[in-house]
Design a protein around this ligand. Sequence first.
Ligand code: DUC
Ligand code: ZN
Length: 463
Amino acid sequence: MTTNDLVIKNGKIITARETLEADLAVQNGKIHCVGNNLSGHQMIDATGLYVLPGAVDPHVHLQMPAGETTSSDNWATGTTAAAFGGTTTVIDFIEPTEGQSLMNAFRERKAQADPQAVIDYALHMTLSSIIPERMAELPAVIQAGMTSFKAYTTYDGLKLSDQDFLEMFRQVSRIGGLVMIHAENDAICSFATRELLAQGQYGPNAHPISRPAVAESEAIERVLAMASLTQTPVYIVHISTALGAAALARAQARGQCAFGETCPQYLLLTDQEYSKPDFEGAKFVCAPPLRKKSDNTFLWNALSDNTIQTIGTDHCPFFFQGQKDLGKDRFTRIPGGIPGVEPRLALVYTYGVKTGRLTLNQWVDRCCTKPAELFGLYPRKGTLIPGADADVVLFDPELEYTLTHEMLHEHVDYTPYEGFPLKGYPVMTLLRGEMLVSKGQLHARPGQGHFLKCDLPRFERRV
Ligand code: DUC
Ligand code: ZN
């Protein structure tokens, strides 16, 4: 019998389906087995710790061009921050430029990520032009490992018309892919923005009014209606409102194959943040905007009752000094996006599990397993079953911190969660059996992360 490379002993193993006190053995970078009294060349004592699958963040924007600036975490800093927070896979986006072929854009994005990434990564393909030449590339894109396609209902240069949505849904459906949608009604947002500017409202506190809740729910209802016609599986990204989550729940009740994501900012923060003095509200400008306490509560419930399947971060950081201040005179020029890739697991544990809103297994499911399943990475990622990559997080449920920007590794000058008390924090992160982070020390190397080809997702395609 061969001796295991590594055994994590005496921990409490938490997966999406079960909780058990056992040892976890790693061999050749894969989970070998779960059992008792296992031994290995290297042993890690996890007494008192939770042992989880490495978390999967299905929604990040590293080095993302945004008008005249770029999101401030590059692939090295962003994936390092993710590793410190217990995330071992991120899924970012390819955004082809106007006229660019999808496959060229893929090659460029991969060439940018490969030398830098310290954790594994996959990519979603953004579709902003539904011309036959682009659609003809879809099989090659799937072959290359991108099986999810992102489409926008808003933003000039990205948004699709309803006609385009229908055509794109038809094409993606035929090849078995999943469509992710940023859903905000563009006309409502433009109309509200114009009115605010005409009234001389230029500050960050106008931002949430410029993108009201009905803009989200209308767009969700509409794309769901169109997707049902073509029987296309859809995933609504960053759901921020009770109205939007309720629209998704109604479609699911009708039998539609539709999934949802929310983010810690929509669970934990509110639009009160935009009224902070000294332009501090700009730190919270993201689209969709932060909402009301009642929306937070509704979204926690939607996670608990499985209306919403995943918690991503939409990590898209911009420095307060030097980037957010591009919009000093006009909120519409504030680069949209906030950081969050690092504290996701800890925030959801403290404010989801410790409060009784989610079970331990739901915590793992929403942050690790479901993102892997929906995007064709399961069972390689998101689980601890034998044969899975040995991406493992040791999480100390007793560690107490007050979250500050200084303790994080995100390349940005603030955290939206400054001062949040935390109970529980990751203390070790392994990627394919190799130590990335241990007791606050980084052992990872840029380029250690692999590009992951996603399989076509498998779920029932009901209307
Ligand atoms: N919203 C943001 O605020 N930033 C990145 C992309 C998005 O959809
Ligand atoms: Zn996003």
